[in-house]
Design a binder for this molecule. Structure first.
Ligand code: S3P
Length: 416
């Protein structure tokens, strides 16, 4: 089915989380313009409220955060399904005097936390975890000192947890990553007045700098935009404009992948807004061809691999995805979920330990697909049903509320 029109997807999830958390640490008021109001974001709103921060979310378009002193929470913080909430907030808890407890839903309780426990402990926090590495965590905040830490995986959540702890610490904090992950934390800290040194995959931050609240405009989420973008790119005769997307280079790897596959994509009207580059994306439908996704490109497309796998299902040839073991520890094991879903519809696909081989173009039939409660799996297979013109019955449609409330309605409105 073709797609035609104009869409402005909801605000970016990563940037909205950070505007709330970093806004809490800044002096004065931070105004968040066009925030994403989704389940994951509401987990962060609740978390910072439990730390004594005054947040006003009554107006849909403008939220207000009165930053200042954070305090020991009087109850357990529930991060729900949100890894970003759990990991970034733990970075903040590391320096809050007293004991804080943070937990999450059944999916988040299975996700690895040793990756933040190790550096935060080196900085001086005391953290106890279920089984030594899973939520719930009990964090005893301490006076922290800066560290130089090389992360094992390229993860913006880990880097951000360390930088947020580093902001409260004495001395210098340095984070070195094996590949560059999304850099919204660095950009927002700079935008609110901190000075950071960035050199490739290395970030250096001096502790105890003062941040000042400001107006932060939230651009459209590129990860949410990737769903209608793939729908348009993979169907002949489609033409779609996606407005105000964040085109931060650490987020738009999926555009490079789609272009390599032969997609007709142009960025127009590019400009800067609140320290981030944004623009409008024009996508036209075209026959796609297979590609390889691997190596340092992976961190920049990690959230888009499910929907890029859908694009690959319609492309000519074998698409190979390698070095993407992190997909196994997302909201669900996304390698297993994509492979199981494609197979249930008659697709030819093989799982590898850290990736998959997708043999296109697939001749698919209608069927049932398990989402495993994962928003991006649900949205990817919905788009697949539209491109292939088949009926797919998803076992959980509500899970899209984690990042894109109103997704199905917005997509229906685009059907040509
Ligand atoms: C995010 C970072 C990524 C990404 C997640 C959001 C963030 O996770 O998958 O959806 O906002 O920092 P990792 O940092 O664990 O790779």
């Amino acid at each position: 089915m073709r797609i035609k029109g104009d869409i402005r997807p909801p605000g970016d999830k990563s940037i909205t989380h950070r505007s709330l958390i970093i806004g809490s640490l800044a002096h004065g008021e931070t105004l968040i313009i066009r925030p994403l109001r989704s389940k994951d974001i509401l987990s962060t709103v609740n978390a910072i409220q439990s730390l004594g921060i005054d947040v006003d979310t009554n107006n849909e378009e403008i939220w207000k955060v009165h930053g200042g002193r954070t305090r020991e929470p009087d109850d357990v913080i529930d991060a729900g399904n949100s890894g970003t909430t759990a990991r970034l907030i733990t970075g903040v808890l590391a320096s809050i005097e007293g004991v804080s407890i943070i937990t999450g839903d059944s999916s988040l309780k299975k996700r690895p936390m040793a990756r933040i426990i190790e550096p935060l402990t080196l900085m001086g926090a005391s953290i106890m975890a279920r089984g030594g590495r899973f939520l719930p965590l009990a964090v005893k905040g301490n006076r922290l000192k800066g560290v130089s830490y090389s992360t094992k995986v390229a993860s913006a959540q880990v880097k951000s947890a360390i930088l947020l702890a580093g902001l409260a610490a004495e001395g210098i904090t340095e984070v070195i990553e094996p590949a560059k992950s999304r850099d919204h934390t660095e950009r927002m800290l700079t935008y609110l007045g901190a000075s950071l040194k960035i050199d490739g995959n290395r970030v250096v931050l001096k502790g105890q700098q003062r941040l000042s609240g400001r107006e932060i405009h939230i651009p459209s989420d590129p990860s949410s935009s990737a769903f209608p973008a793939v729908w348009a790119a993979a169907t002949d005769g489609s033409e779609l404009i996606i407005r105000d997307i964040c085109i931060n280079p650490t987020r738009i790897g999926f555009i490079d992948v789609l272009k390599r596959m032969g997609a007709d994509i142009k960025m127009v009207n590019t400009r800067y807004s609140s320290g981030e580059k944004i623009g409008d994306m024009v996508v036209k439908g075209h026959r796609l061809r297979a590609t390889v996704m691997e190596g340092v490109e992976i961190p920049g497309i990690i959230d888009e691999i499910p929907i890029l796998s859908v694009a690959a299902a319609f492309a000519d040839g074998e698409t190979i995805i390698r070095d993407a073991g992190e997909l196994r520890v997302k909201e669900t094991d996304r390698i297993a979920a994509v492979v199981e879903g494609l197979k249930a519809l008659g697709g030819n696909v093989d799982a590898m330990e850290e990736g998959m081989i997708i043999k296109g173009p697939m001749r698919l039939h209608s069927g049932n697909v398990k989402t495993f409660g994962d928003h991006r799996i649900a949205m990817a297979f919905y788009i697949l049903s539209k491109v292939a013109d088949i009926d797919i019955n998803l076992d959980d449609m509500e899970c899209v509320d984690v990042s894109y409330p109103g997704f199905f309605k917005a997509m229906e409105a685009l059907s040509d």
